[in-house]
Design a protein around this ligand. Structure first.
Ligand SMILES: [Fe+2]
Ligand SMILES: [Fe+2]
Length: 232
């Protein structure tokens, strides 16, 4: 029996939106502009001293890998050991890239001259482009190879329980920071399924908080269609 659950693709859509946005901001940033560059550095890393901050882009990537390794991979490794060990190796490589990007950006903002920041900015762009290539390939592999394995070996209910365990561990502020990227990245059917399941099971304040977030982040026509379909 093969189910329909997919623990990876919805959150990956949010992460892809983050990667595309980061790429767009980096390649258009004026590194001579100290204030704009400092703002970009904060959004990327949110300072080494507070690297667990909710909106931090590099932190979101790190949390995602940690949750996969803590909740999903231990179960799936029994069915696909070599695939899972390769995906964990990918995570280590992605972490090394993310650390180097954070360090490079940290050094960049310390540069006193515009010329030095511009030169360092070219390098940061290249590092992020390399991260994006590796990250997109990794997520594709999880979706094309691991999702079918999960469907074959775990029921929809078992996978939904794994998702519940991940959500329960997430601090609320970080969860909503990630949802702020994920919700507008979903299509109308995915968003309707998600809101429909919340409507049936979640406490009303949580449904309201997610609905409010959709109202502010999802493209208005798509959100109107979701509300119609779900009846909220
Ligand atoms: Fe992963
Ligand atoms: Fe992933």
């Amino acid at each position: 029996m093969t189910g329909k659950e997919d623990l990876f693709t919805p959150v990956h859509k949010g992460l892809r939106a983050m990667l595309y946005d980061l790429s767009s901001r980096l390649q258009t940033n004026d590194f001579a502009d100290r204030d704009a560059t400092a703002k970009l550095a904060i959004d990327l890393e949110n300072d080494f001293a507070a690297a667990q901050s909710a909106g931090c882009i590099l932190c979101a990537f790190a949390f995602h890998a940690e949750e996969e390794e803590a909740v999903v991979f231990p179960s799936s490794a029994r069915a696909a050991q070599s695939l899972v060990s390769e995906l964990i190796q990918d995570h280590h490589g992605l972490t090394r890239r993310e650390t180097e990007i954070g360090r490079s950006m940290h050094e960049l903002v310390q540069q006193p001259s515009s010329e030095a920041r511009i030169a360092a900015g070219i390098r940061v762009n290249q590092l992020v482009n390399e991260l994006i290539v590796a990250y997109l390939a990794h997520m594709n592999r999880e979706e094309t190879e691991l999702v079918p394995v999960m469907r074959e070996h775990f029921s929809d209910g078992e996978q939904a329980a794994m998702r519940g365990a991940i959500i329960a561990k997430f601090p609320r502020e970080q969860l909503f920071a990630l949802l702020g990227w994920m919700l507008p990245a979903l299509n109308v059917s995915e968003l309707s399924d998600l809101l429909g399941s919340l409507k049936g099971a979640a406490p009303p304040p949580l449904l309201k908080a997610v609905s409010d977030l959709c109202g502010s982040r999802v493209e208005p026509a798509r959100w109107a269609e979701v509300r119609l379909r779900v009846g909220i």
